[in-house]
Design a protein around this ligand. Structure first.
Ligand SMILES: C[S@@+](CC[C@H](N)C(=O)[O-])C[C@H]1O[C@@H](n2cnc3c(N)ncnc32)[C@H](O)[C@@H]1O
Ligand SMILES: Nc1nc2[nH]cc(C(=O)O)c2c(=O)[nH]1
Ligand code: SF4
Ligand SMILES: [Mg+2]
Length: 257
């Protein structure tokens, strides 16, 4: 079973560089090129987008966290002695202190994947930029919003912010990367193709079809059962990779997995 953190977390920010942390746990990387690899996950809280389907509600729509100092985070990671670390969120790169954490982890030789929506570029090392640009089908509306949520200004704000070719091209130029699209159905494909055309037009880095991964939308096994085969067929048809959501298959929507 995944292993959660036993570190004491304070309610207020400690002195020195610190991050709002929603959860810290050991699991298997569930998504992407490294699916199946044992990894320690650091999940920050807070996001600049509001996908209606966000599977980390308590980092976006209703952010909850405790503050942890970067030193404390590094100690917690070191105590687990992983080869692979995953920094995720929320959107980890909205926090300047994520760059500090990434430098510290890099100095210690961990392989670090950063899960990001691709709207922010850090000045920091990472071994795999796992970029998940958000399609128009991610935009929240009063009709698709999570129960009890007032979408308010987020429909327009999300729509305005979700794609920015500048950070996307910088991320793929500076780092090993994967582009991991959350796919709800066949209608998403023209938008993916058009974004790839645009990105290939501006980025000074090769974007191979093998760097493009289609991931079925779904927070639960039940929801994935309705999307995974449709998305797998789209991957075959278009020559992109399919990525499972292994953690959902194994542990459904349990926290800290
Ligand atoms: C919670 S996000 C955090 C990182 C960053 N904010 C992002 O969106 O890439 C982690 C990953 O989960 C994916 N994700 C979130 N909700 C999902 C859902 N309902 N179905 C499939 N993937 C989802 C995101 O696209 C991203 O690849
Ligand atoms: N096991 C597992 N693998 C993951 N890969 C990316 C995740 C994320 O939330 O960013 C994630 C996650 O939440 N759990
Ligand atoms: S960008 Fe990532 S964390 Fe933010 S709302 Fe979308 S899926 Fe959730
Ligand atoms: Mg997740």
């Amino acid at each position: 079973m995944p292993v959660s953190s036993d570190v004491d977390r304070s309610e207020s920010a400690p002195d020195g560089p610190a991050l709002p942390i929603n959860e810290l746990f050991a699991s298997l990387q569930g998504e992407g090129k490294l699916a199946g690899v044992p990894s320690t996950f650091v999940r920050t809280s807070g996001c600049n987008l509001r996908c209606w389907f966000c599977d980390s509600y308590h980092t976006s729509w209703d952010p909850t966290h405790a503050w942890m100092g970067v030193d404390e985070l590094v100690d917690d990671v070191e105590a687990r002695d992983p080869d692979h670390v995953v920094l995720t969120g929320g959107e980890p790169l909205v926090h300047d202190e994520s760059a500090t954490l990434l430098r510290e982890l890099d100095e210690r030789g961990y392989h670090v994947t950063v899960e990001t929506n691709g709207t922010v570029v850090p000045d920091a090392p990472m071994d795999l930029a796992s970029v998940s640009p958000k399609l128009s089908t991610s935009t929240p509306t009063p009709a698709n919003a999570p129960e009890g949520v007032d979408v308010g200004e987020w429909e327009a704000r999300h729509e305005e912010r979700r794609i920015d070719l500048d950070p996307l091209s910088t991320l793929v130029e500076r780092h090993d990367f994967q582009l991991k699209f959350v796919v709800t159905g066949p209608d998403d494909m023209p938008e993916i193709e058009s974004l790839l055309d645009d990105l290939r037009g501006v980025a000074a880095a090769e974007i191979r079809d093998a760097d493009v991964l289609l991931m079925p939308e779904g927070q639960t096994r039940e929801q994935l059962a309705a999307t995974r085969n449709v998305v797998a067929d789209l991957a075959v048809e278009h020559g992109y990779r399919y990525t499972p959501r292994l953690h959902v298959d194994l542990w459904n929507d349990a926290p800290e997995t």
